[in-house]
Design a protein. Structure first.
Length: 323
């Protein structure tokens, strides 16, 4: 796709949830729906702020974050379960499942442990919430390893078992109950949005790149969740037939606008919209505003420049608030 390399960092989203909340000051809302929720960072913020939160995402790895930390409010990984998951499984099929990553992304020992944890969490006695909590801890462990392995494969301060144990205990501290019936949905937001009831739609939509340049750590985690080290993410290998859809690669701004228009058309029942984007998206501010005005009469734009430390001009984050 022409121009992809020039927007290599378009995958990043820099808005802080607290800044978003500041821009919503004076707007009364008790519930939030976040489609394309990713790791549910914004949803977790709104949950802590006492809102009822509903998330949705197509990827199972993202669903794990929301199921563990948004919908779940009172379940933790027990000490007994942690010890079970630290037990070695001496099955060659388990040990070699993630072998294609060995000596390239992870050490051979690390890939063996990834296979072991995948097998432990797949056992029938592990319920959905425990599996989600365990998966989030695996994600943290993988990203810990990658922070070293990008420079050099080798030893880490923590052994694989100790690192996993540490992150399981850390994930337990992230669980809290706000006393509201929060939900985590997995599936296509185009189909789910019309069935969700909430006061506020917060949407930071996918870019025109879809999964084409999905961040490697997140792509690896999705592959791990699926148990397939060679997983191909949707749209990253071949064109998927059908109308323009957010989350899939789109070849020009008009197609992206149509994909966003199709989605927003399913969200007209939400009283307030908060639509986030940045200046590395295929549509500029005027394009986003014009599209939103097709559905809403009251539109306000807030912006924030983010010093990221990356080369080039810092990104300008935007938030459209529409009613």
């Amino acid at each position: 796709m022409k121009g992809r390399a020039l927007r290599a960092s378009v995958r990043a989203k820099w808005l802080s949830p607290s800044w978003i909340d500041e821009q919503l000051a004076g707007i009364a809302f008790k519930s939030v729906y976040e489609p394309f929720a990713g790791e549910a960072t914004v949803s977790r913020y709104f949950k802590r702020a006492g809102k009822r939160v509903v998330t949705s995402d197509l990827l199972e790895s993202h669903y794990c974050f929301a199921r563990a930390l948004v919908a779940n409010g009172d379940r933790f990984v027990s000490s007994a379960r942690i010890q079970e998951w630290l037990a070695v499984i001496r099955d060659p099929a388990v040990a070699t499942r993630f072998g294609p990553w060995a000596n390239r992304l992870f050490t051979p020992e690390e890939t063996i442990w990834l296979g072991i944890w995948n097998a432990h969490l797949a056992r029938p006695e592990v319920d959905e919430v425990e599996r989600a909590l365990g998966a989030v801890a695996v994600a943290q462990t993988m990203w810990y390893w990658l922070s070293f392995n990008r420079r050099e494969l080798g030893n880490k301060p923590l052994t694989p078992a100790l690192a996993f144990q540490h992150y399981l205990q850390t994930v337990n501290t992230w669980v809290f109950n706000n006393g509201l019936p929060n939900q985590a949905l997995r599936g296509d937001a185009y189909h789910l949005a019309s069935r969700v009831e909430a006061d506020l739609l917060f949407c930071y939509p996918p870019t025109d790149q879809g999964y084409f340049e999905y961040p490697e750590p997140l792509a690896l985690f999705e592959s791990w969740v699926k148990g397939d080290p060679n997983l191909v993410l949707p749209g990253s290998a071949a064109v998927i037939p059908g109308p323009p859809t957010l989350g899939l690669p789109l070849t020009d701004p008009d197609l992206y606008a149509e994909a966003l228009r199709r989605f927003l058309g399913r969200c007209t029942h939400f009283p307030v919209w908060a639509l986030a984007f940045n200046d590395r998206y295929p549509l500029d501010e005027a394009g986003f505003v014009d599209l939103v005005k097709e559905f809403r009469t009251s539109v306000r734009v807030a912006s924030l420049t983010i010093p990221t430390g990356e080369r080039g001009a810092p990104p300008h984050e935007k938030l459209i608030i529409a009613r």
